[in-house]
Write a protein that binds this ligand. Structure first.
Ligand SMILES: Nc1ncnc2c1ncn2[C@@H]1O[C@H](COP(=O)(O)OP(=O)(O)OP(=O)(O)O)[C@@H](O)[C@H]1O
Ligand SMILES: [Mg+2]
Length: 473
């Protein structure tokens, strides 16, 4: 670290001495902030920025030791060198107990001052380096991610180092592992963070509309194109374009996307003018992209263009360490939203969560916690409260079932009578009714309806879009 990048805060009330010390230090290119009182020193320390502090113990308004204690109590990033008069070395030694780095006994030479400050500077630099490494190595949160497992630390590090580049990132991972969270993290971590992040889901948009979704269209280019419309590529100019479920992209659009990536230019549907944008592409899929290539569904040349920086998100069952961290986070969040008193999971509930294999990954875990927060109440989530297949069925826990049903047992429901053929509805309609009923029952709250139906909210959005496109909604 060059001298001057960390300032030296000089706290000395004798102006002639302060001037001499400042001279010595400036010759070594240090930035010197000189103050004469303890109060002024505290104001300077308030900004919390790293400093080497030269502290005279005898100040007009307070004992220098008070300043030192404040630095110690607030763990400020300072290396303190105490200046003391001849004969008060005892005080200097006491100062060391409060975390002072070294002391100088007046009078001292320019060399002695310069060497002591240089060493303090180096010590501060190393302490900060260790701090950064510790923070980087042990991050429990990173943008939208929760999880301190080693597997996730590796993901955070790739995002850190890939963020500043323009290279395309290809995210793979099972459904619900956080691919969209990852795409947003890349954007937020990059210099493009202040510019737009535009996400489009290649699986959710009807095939005929996809080209216009990405590249926009001009008025009259197809039925329904009543005015010019910017596509995602134009809107993401300067920022990041996230192409989710990239393997669902139709073959003709794969060709157009390849051309766009090669040239950085595109033509809106029905337009004739080439448009140029500067954006970074991030794409994601929960399929195995190489298999899609091998089976001829995804262009190989496009795959290699996109697959520049691969990031694989590990399934939740491989990050047991993260599971409870995530579950507890969502329990606190959903309990607050649902105005419930949940504070913790019981040890049995935690064990059930740990032993389940989580095919739907973090999204499924979120849904399970949401269901508990909506349907149950209390301060502890017990294993019985967890929905199947996680929870213990209500009576499985009791050692032996009652020998005979209680006299006033509820009437046994009659077996379900088969419907008449006329009343049978097509399956899509049954599904649509179930989804629309759930949304209505949740006052229009789609994420909540999705949680209760145990599907993802994006599935609902996708299905509604498809029904709309097919005139079924
Ligand atoms: N590590 C994590 N910590 C906290 N929340 C997470 C984490 N990973 C994912 N989530 C949450 O889980 C849900 C699913 O994440 P996301 O949509 O990013 O998954 P996905 O991999 O894109 O899933 P799909 O393949 O189904 O689209 C989101 O609500 C997201 O906020
Ligand atoms: Mg996704």
């Amino acid at each position: 670290m060059p001298p001057g990048s960390i300032p030296v805060l000089l706290i000395e009330d004798t102006p002639s001495l302060a001037r001499v010390y400042a001279e010595y230090l400036k010759k070594e290119s240090h930035t010197v902030i000189a103050v004469e009182t303890g109060a002024e020193a505290l104001v300077q320390l308030n900004d919390g920025a790293p400093k080497v502090v030269l502290l005279d113990l005898q100040l007009p308004d307070m004992n220098g030791m008070e300043v030192l204690k404040r630095i110690d109590a607030q763990a400020l990033p300072c290396a303190v060198i105490v200046i003391t008069a001849h004969g008060s070395v005892k005080a200097a030694v006491e100062a060391m107990r409060y975390g002072a780095y070294d002391f100088l006994v007046k009078p001292f030479s320019a060399d002695r001052l310069v060497v002591t400050v240089r060493n303090a500077m180096e010590r501060l630099r190393l302490a900060q380096l260790v701090d950064t490494f510790e923070k980087d190595l042990n991050r429990a949160r990173y943008h939208g991610f929760i999880g301190s497992s080693l597997a996730m630390q590796a993901v955070y590090r790739i995002v850190d180092s890939a963020a500043s580049s323009r290279a395309t990132v290809f995210i793979t991972g099972e459904s619900g592992t956080g691919k969209e969270v990852c795409a947003e993290a890349i954007h937020r971590q990059s210099q493009r963070a202040a510019r737009p992040f535009i996400a489009i889901n290649c699986g959710a948009i009807p095939k005929d509309l996809m080209e216009s979704e990405i590249f926009g269209h001009v008025k009259g280019s197809f039925t329904g194109a009543v005015s010019d419309r910017e596509g995602a590529a134009a809107r993401a100019d300067g920022g990041t374009l996230f192409l989710d479920e990239i393997c669902e992209l139709a073959p003709d659009l794969q060709t157009k996307l390849l051309r766009f990536i090669q040239t950085g230019t595109f033509t809106p549907v029905g337009g004739s003018k080439l448009e140029k944008v500067d954006l970074r592409i991030v794409c994601a899929t929960n399929r195995d992209p190489l298999r899609e290539v091998e089976e001829g569904r995804f262009r190989e040349d496009l795959y290699y263009r996109l697959h520049v920086i691969p990031i694989h998100l590990p399934p939740l069952r491989e990050r047991e360490d993260d599971l409870l961290e995530i579950a507890r986070h969502y329990l606190a969040e959903f309990a607050q939203e649902e105005k419930k008193g949940f504070k913790r999971f019981s040890p049995e509930a935690e064990q059930a969560l740990r032993h389940y294999h989580w095919p739907g990954n973090v999204r499924q875990l979120q849904n399970v916690v949401r269901i508990v927060a909506v349907l149950q109440d209390g301060d502890t989530v017990t294993a019985e409260m967890l929905p199947s297949p996680l929870g213990t069925p209500p009576h499985a826990a009791s050692a032996s079932p009652p020998a005979s049903p209680p006299a006033a047992a509820a009437p046994v429901p009659r077996p379900h009578a088969p419907p008449s053929p006329d009343s049978i509805k097509p399956l899509w309609e049954v599904e649509k009714d179930a989804i629309e009923d759930a949304i209505a029952a949740c006052d229009g709250n789609i994420p909540r309806a999705a949680a209760l139906l145990q599907i993802s909210a994006s599935t609902i959005y996708r299905k509604r879009l498809a029904w709309q496109a097919e005139g079924k909604l």
